[in-house]
Design a protein around this ligand. Structure first.
Ligand code: ZN
Length: 136
């Protein structure tokens, strides 16, 4: 994906792993990365993809989305907060989750540092695993 970078080799390695991230997540991320490039002329940096359950407990994680490969974090530029927040609103309007139109990206100021946490639902994650063809 163009204009995408990684915090460390770990995220780069995880990004390259086949069949882990669901296609829907990658589509939403591509939209985010494109908007940040268009509006801010900034490459987007992936700061987190996978977390073990132990790592998640260690940082006080409140959900298991990273443990289940259902979320990717992108760094926010705190000097461009107004634009970053507008991008979040636009993305949540375009890509609400199916579950009662919940936002796909929570507020940017959760966790330890400002970031986009982009996630898919369990159902979307499961859909990618079904490769079996329907027979009528
Ligand atoms: Zn996250």
């Amino acid at each position: 994906m163009e204009h995408l970078r990684f915090k460390s080799e770990r995220e780069e390695r995880e990004w390259a792993m086949e069949g882990k991230l669901c296609p829907k997540l990658i589509v939403v991320l591509a939209d985010l990365v494109e908007r940040r490039w268009t509006l801010l002329k900034q490459e987007s940096v992936v700061t987190c993809i996978f977390r073990s359950f132990a790592e998640n407990r260690g940082i006080g994680g409140t959900s298991n989305t990273h443990c289940e490969w259902r979320a990717v974090d992108i760094r926010v530029d705190p000097t461009q907060l107004f634009v970053e927040m507008a991008i979040r609103v636009a993305l949540n309007e375009r890509w609400p989750t199916g579950v009662a139109k919940m936002p796909r990206i929570p507020p940017l100021d959760h966790g330890t540092a400002l970031h986009y946490h982009v996630q898919v639902t369990r159902d979307e994650g499961r859909a990618r695993l079904s490769t079996r063809k329907e027979t009528t």
